[in-house]
Design a protein around this ligand. Structure first.
Ligand SMILES: *Cc1c(COP(=O)(O)O)cnc(C)c1O
Length: 514
């Protein structure tokens, strides 16, 4: 053991040394400096990690160190071994999936929450965490002009969950129990969940976890003609057919901003149908919900006054660090009836007084983080007016990109842009099929083969952009068409980065179709 190691060993003679205030400051400042430099240099890294599977096990020891190591060498390893294995989600040239947004306020709120490290499962276990969460959810609810019935003041309420998947699972469970309490638990095999073929996979997963029969998940077909939104009449006829077959419709997920193309389901019209059958309607606005705080986008959630629950991910496009899914319900008692637990060791007189919210009864797990802090910091540090403008600037940049794509005749915008995402593809004008004998001369056959080759070409294009590290984009398939998604929502993205990404797309396209 060398002398540095000796020093460290001595420092850790007692566990209380693990929170030594002076060391906390010294190491904490080092980490802040490290991260600030990371952001300063982030544009230099390839956006998508270039490492190969298993890269890390060749670089790290096989077992945990027996003796303490100094933060200096740990940080060095982060720089040398961890950073290369990261896809830089905060890179200004990151346009993939949906973003995972951050900001100084979002980060500091997360840091405060980690630093205070309280567990806020019941009001009594940290009243501030619960009360701040209720207040911030009311603030956000007002920013979205949600009806009063979703706010605590209107007997509804909001809760912060980790992910949309968990939030949606909780609402499925609440809806399931509401229905089963009426028709009897034995009828669970009759319950049916509705969505479209564009509904996020987490709804199907949630239904599965909630014990809904796998055959009873309806993914109603969408098409290009209705911009891939859920067709109201198909919903009605599907419901009627199910009822005819003796099944019980109980849950509908409408999406505002689908993952593949940001399609918007007609919330108001769908609610009219659902109401006739006593179906719980959830609106999943994981990405696009943020935009709806701007008055000009609010109409996309019109009809929300008739739904039972609404969720969006502040960690996607509201500059708040993961994890931060905001869920509102009109009838919290449905959630609480389905999810509450009260073992002896959690009992307290505040809970018994029924004057307090115990958020453990609004979620799957017991323990919970103080998530409200980061939202509170974001809303206070930037203010609603600025946040709206940040979102608008991303939408403007997406529009700019859309204009660039439209100008290049080799490309096609596959569906019109709604928010800050552009769906496009390379579509060379010359058919990619030669008239050969094995193809035959059926026009339909030629069109099909042409489409398959165009899909393959776009797959290659995307791969080559991502492999270059110049920008990161991801794909989707819409009605059999392979599309490239370009989402502008990373905090650091400016117009020049959009231009660079477009240059990269064009350059890689040039190499594929000279
Ligand atoms: C991202 C996304 C989800 C899943 O979000 P998680 O928080 O990762 O569970 C669900 N629905 C839509 C529309 C999404 O875009």
């Amino acid at each position: 053991m060398n002398s540095i190691q000796n020093d460290i060993q001595e420092k850790f003679a007692s566990p209380s040394n693990l929170l030594d205030p002076e060391e906390f400051k010294r190491q904490g400042h080092m980490i802040i400096d490290f991260l600030a430099d990371y952001y300063k240099n982030i544009h230099k890294y390839p956006v998508r990690s270039q490492v190969k599977p298993g890269y890390l096990k060749n670089r790290l020891p096989e077992s945990a160190p027996n003796d303490a190591e100094p933060i200096e060498s740990i940080l060095k390893d982060i720089q040398n071994d961890i950073i290369p294995g990261l896809t830089h989600w905060q890179s200004p040239r990151y346009f993939a999936y949906f973003p995972f947004s951050t900001s100084i306020a979002g980060f500091l709120g997360e840091m405060l929450s980690a630093g205070l490290c309280v567990n806020a499962f019941s009001w009594i276990t940290s009243p501030a965490a619960t009360e701040l969460e209720s207040i911030v959810m009311n603030w956000l609810g007002k920013m979205l002009s949600l009806p009063e019935s979703f706010l605590f003041s209107g007997n509804g309420g909001g809760v912060l969950q980790g992910t949309a998947s968990e939030a949606i699972l909780c609402t499925i469970i609440a809806a399931r129990d509401r229905m089963l309490n009426k028709i009897g638990r034995a009828n669970i095999c009759k319950l049916v969940v509705y969505g479209s073929d564009q509904t996020h996979s987490c709804v199907q997963k949630g239904a599965h976890i909630a014990g809904i029969h796998p055959k009873n998940f309806r993914a109603i077909a969408t098409s290009k003609s209705n911009a891939f939104s859920l067709p109201v009449e198909s919903l009605r006829s599907t419901i009627l057919a199910d009822i005819e077959a003796g099944l019980v419709p109980f849950f509908l997920c409408a999406t505002v901003g689908t993952t593949t193309s940001t399609a918007v389901d007609p919330v108001g019209l769908l609610c009219h149908v659902a109401k006739d059958y006593n179906i719980w309607v959830h609106v999943d606005a994981a990405y696009a919900g943020s935009a709806c705080i701007c008055p000009e986008f609010r109409h996309f959630i019109d009809g929300v006054e008739n739904v039972d629950s609404f969720s969006f991910n502040a960690h996607k496009w509201l500059f708040t660090n993961f994890d931060c899914c905001c869920l509102w319900v009109r009838d919290p008692s449905a959630l609480i009836k389905a999810l509450s637990i009260s073992p002896e060791y959690l009992k307290n007189k505040e809970t018994e007084s029924k004057q307090v919210v115990d958020y453990k009864d609004w979620q799957i797990g017991l323990s919970r983080r103080f998530r409200a802090l980061k939202l509170w910091l974001v809303l206070r540090s930037y203010g609603v007016a600025n946040i709206r403008n940040f979102l608008r600037s991303h939408v403007r940049l997406a529009k700019h990109f859309e204009g660039l794509v439209a100008k290049d005749k080799r490309f096609e915008i596959v569906v019109p842009r709604t928010f800050s995402m552009v769906c496009f593809r390379l579509l060379p004008p010359i058919p990619l099929v030669e008239m050969t004998s094995d193809v035959g001369d059926s026009r339909d056959q030629i069109v099909t083969i042409h489409e398959a080759r165009v899909n393959e070409l776009n797959m290659k294009l995307l791969e080559s952009i991502n492999d270059s590290g110049e920008a990161s984009l991801t794909h989707g398939v819409l009605g059999g068409v392979y599309i490239i998604r370009f989402v502008v929502a990373a905090t650091l993205t400016e117009e020049r980065h959009v231009n660079m990404a477009w240059k990269a797309v064009q350059g890689h396209a040039d190499a594929l179709v000279p």
